[in-house]
Design a protein around this ligand. Structure first.
Ligand code: PMP
Length: 360
């Protein structure tokens, strides 16, 4: 057959989303299954957001504001940066993809820790770039020393995921300082802070406050998690104006939809509620971590809204056993299982499933 697509993409693993809840409930013949697989915050849309989206939807026959002016202004004000440094996109994953596009020619290298966010290999391969993966430390954290040593003349972009998905581990100030000092000035470092709002350890620096002024640092954030807008697809980055301008050039036109802009603007007015919800999640994170450790199972300290169970070749059977009990978790075979922190009731259901799965 005539080949129409690139041969190098044949072996690329596809992004595997968490299993559909309705599907599992139907299969098990239960009223409702529980999904703890996609790192969503479980408390529904923030107050006022559905109304703002409904109102904006009256204009859905029109294109959205391509410059995203009102939302960029609101984000810039909240973050204390100039609006020309902010770029929004269809989820932060789309911005990760655009950043690779903006920096790499085919054959250039994108460096990241592994395991880390499963989209990094996909966005690197999409641009024809070569992935260079540096294994995490035995403690499941980024090995920044090894990452610095892996930089070559072809390295154009480095993803640093802080806190790291899926292991939950977070990098502290001294090691990040040392790492950034070792990165050549012509290599872009993307600090992916999708879970920043869930960080409770004061030793974990806010990338924007601490490193945002560096010319080769981009901070990537999302409104999918703490801000409750996963389904709206709204992520943003903060870069130096020159980098932001190039990113905007290669961004898919109109990729922050009308409703996503309205939703994000309304959500930003609910910061106090976001803080309250994050506190509920991080308290539950602590409770779930302690309960799992008592089972016993190893759980690295998490600074995000999920926990990591590095159970190796028991990954697939554990995930299947949880599903059989109506709880969807995310197995990353053959390394471990990531479990999103849900409501206290959902977490209890998971803990019961985990106990049963581990003793089976
Ligand atoms: N970065 C990290 C580390 C993530 O875990 C995720 C979501 N799983 C994203 C980026 C992308 O999020 P979104 O596209 O929904 O903004």
């Amino acid at each position: 057959m005539t080949r129409l697509t690139r041969a190098d993409l044949d072996a690329l693993p596809a992004y595997v989303p968490g299993r559909n809840v309705a599907d599992l409930a139907r299969e098990l013949g239960i009223a409702e299954a529980i999904k703890l697989a996609s790192n969503e915050v479980p408390y529904g849309p923030l107050p006022g957001v559905v109304e703002a989206v409904t109102e904006a939807a009256q204009q859905m026959h029109r294109y959205p504001d391509m410059g995203v002016l009102a939302l960029r202004d609101a984000l810039a004000e909240r973050l204390g940066v100039a609006a020309d440094r902010v770029v929004t996109g269809c989820g932060s994953v789309a911005l990760a993809e655009i950043l690779v596009k903006a920096t790499c020619l085919p054959g250039d290298e994108v460096l990241y820790a592994w395991r880390s966010f499963e989209a990094y290999p996909i966005v690197a391969a999409g641009a024809g770039a070569t992935s260079v993966r540096v294994p995490n430390t035995p403690g499941h954290a980024h090995d920044l020393t090894a990452m610095a040593a892996a930089i070559t003349d072809r390295t154009r972009l480095i993803f640093v995921c802080n806190p790291n998905n899926p292991t939950g581990t977070a990098l502290r100030r001294p090691e990040l300082d040392r790492f950034l000092a070792a990165v050549p000035s012509d290599v872009l470092v993307v600090l992916d802070e999708a879970y920043r709002e869930l960080v409770t350890d004061p030793a974990v620096p806010d990338g924007l406050e601490t490193y945002g002024d560096r010319a080769n640092v981009v901070v990537l954030r999302t409104m999918s998690k703490a801000w409750g807008l996963a389904g709206m697809r709204m992520g943003y980055l903060v870069a130096q104006p020159e980098v932001a301008a190039v990113v905007r050039k290669v961004l898919t036109p109109f990729s922050t939809s009308l409703v996503a802009q309205a939703a994000a603007l309304a959500a930003l007015r609910q910061e106090a509620e976001v803080v309250r919800r994050c506190a509920l999640v991080t308290a539950e994170r602590q409770r779930v971590t302690e309960a799992l450790r008592k089972l016993p199972v190893e759980v690295p300290e998490s600074q995000a809204n999920f926990v990591w169970l590095p159970i190796g070749d028991r990954t697939a059977t554990f995930a299947a056993a949880c599903e059989a009990r109506g709880v969807i978790v995310r197995g990353f075979h053959p390394d471990g299982v990531r479990v999103t922190i849900g409501t206290p009731e959902e977490n209890d259901a998971f803990l019961a499933a985990a106990e049963a799965a581990l003793s089976a």
